[in-house]
Ligand binder design. Structure first.
Ligand code: PHE
Length: 455
């Protein structure tokens, strides 16, 4: 049972949890949102959001998971055995499994591009005219991502890598791999930062990213920043509840949550330091060039192709992206694995297979839905996008809302205080502030995300 498993070291605990939080949300969602929503102004609002919403909800999930000592659903059952609150945990479980279906596909693209960079096929047949026109890498993206077979192979590779790591368990699998991959990720980020900041005109790009233009702050910007804080810190997905059930009892949770949040935030900011100077310096204009998929699969390869050492930079970047995606898929798979293992009393090995083998089918369907098959369209969009919208806009906010109500209002008054102070073994000035935010402010903010997505 997972309740007997704990992370082996503080470093491992932080590395694994940061690994879950750092994902494509930091690498491509954050820079494109910052670009769309007024650069520095967005950054400022975002910082407020992580303090007011991110850290308190993270602490609510940590308290729930460590005290409950079980998976995302079982933790509710253990804390309030005779009540139906475990249903709240089902939202996180459901969201995580649905997210896994399409996130595994995206993770596959990252290794596909990594391989394309290593083998050189990503830059094969390049002509400077096609790069200038913006057609070359758009064509490559069409070939590599939006075609029937190529991406599937790489999605399968990613599923197998996940399976191999998860079968080894929490300490020897998740923790060990995070201990290696997370320092590697930060190292690559710092190398890119140094390169980008030394480009000509780098300061122009930085200025846009860092100087707040307060007239740009609107309700839409606030909702976007709240949503990003929420997604980036992996709230409401059951991941933090599951991982914190592996926290030792003496973990100082406030300190841990602040460390994790700062590390996650610094990855997003470092990405801004990389993207904005590079885009300005290479004269790439237009907000579309920084938008989501285009940024990583078209704009950045375009920039690499104009730099000396194209292949080296390309390999390093897609390695960074693959690492970010892999540690996220591991954490999101673990939610369902811990659930199957704990609830149905089956071995961890069996649980890994039960969770991941169906992904060969589900992720294939998601991937194919992007290739224009009519029967794979839902509500006028590919199943892939529909799942993304349905989970991010609807299930995740509901899940987090219920967690706030549960921890703030349903559990005994002293629950959060006891968890944050490890049963009174030290004082924590943050406790009353966190409790206030969880009870009164966070539910409102989460509701804002929910309703903001419909207007
Ligand atoms: N925090 C992750 C990110 O920024 C979100 C996520 C985690 C998504 C795990 C899927 C799986 O990308």
């Amino acid at each position: 049972m997972s309740k007997n498993t704990t992370f082996g070291s503080k470093f491992g605990l932080i590395a694994a949890t940061v690994g879950s939080a750092v994902g494509l949300g930091n690498v491509w969602r954050f820079p494109s949102l910052a670009q769309e929503n007024g650069g520095g102004a967005f950054l400022l609002v975002y910082i407020c959001c992580i303090f007011i919403l991110g850290i308190p909800v993270m602490l609510a999930e940590f308290s729930l998971g460590r005290a409950g000592g079980s998976d995302a659903v079982g933790s509710f059952k253990n804390l309030t055995p005779n009540k139906k609150w475990w249903i709240a945990g089902c939202f996180g479980l459901l969201a995580s499994y649905l997210i896994l279906m399409f996130y595994m596909v995206v993770a596959g693209w990252t290794v596909e591009y990594l391989w394309g960079s290593i083998s050189g096929s990503l830059y094969e047949g390049i002509s400077s005219q096609a790069v200038t026109d913006g057609t070359f890498f758009t064509g490559k993206m069409q070939e590599m991502i939006l075609s029937n077979n190529a991406p599937l192979l790489w999605t399968f590779v990613m599923i197998v890598i996940n399976l191999v790591i998860l079968l080894k368990g929490v300490k020897k699998g998740i923790e060990k791999i995070s201990n290696i991959l997370m320092p590697l990720l930060f190292l690559i980020l710092l190398i890119f930062c140094a390169v980008s900041l030394s480009l000509p005109n780098a300061s122009e790009g930085l200025k846009f990213f860092l100087m707040p233009d307060f007239s740009k702050i609107t309700t839409d910007v606030i909702v976007a920043a709240l949503g990003q804080a929420f997604f980036s810190l992996s709230l409401g997905m059951g991941i933090l509840v599951t991982y914190s059930s592996y926290f030792p009892k003496d973990t100082k949770m406030v300190r841990t949550s602040i460390t994790i949040t700062i590390l996650d935030f610094s990855v997003s900011v470092l990405m801004g330091f990389i993207i904005f100077p590079a885009v300005v310096s290479f004269g790439i204009n237009g907000s579309e060039s920084v938008a989501g998929m285009t940024l990583v699969f078209v704009t950045l390869p375009e920039i690499f192709s104009q730099m000396a050492g194209t292949q080296l930079w390309s390999v390093l970047f897609f390695l960074l992206l693959s690492v970010a995606a892999l540690t996220s898929t591991i954490s999101i798979s673990e939610v369902a694995i811990a659930f199957a293992h704990d609830r149905f009393n089956i071995s961890r090995k069996k649980a890994c297979y039960i969770v991941l083998l169906p992904m060969f089918v589900f992720s294939t369907v998601c991937s194919l839905s992007l290739c224009g098959y009519d029967m794979l369209q839902v509500a006028g969009m590919p199943l892939f996008d529909a799942l993304d919208k349905f989970t991010s806009n609807m299930i995740l906010p509901v899940s987090a809302f219920l967690i706030c109500i549960y921890v703030g209002w349903v559990l005994p008054k002293n629950f959060l205080k006891n968890e944050l102070t490890n049963n009174g073994t030290f004082r924590s000035l943050a406790t009353p502030v966190v409790l206030f935010l969880i009870k009164f402010i966070c539910p409102v903010l989460v509701a804002l995300i929910f309703f903001g997505n419909f207007t």
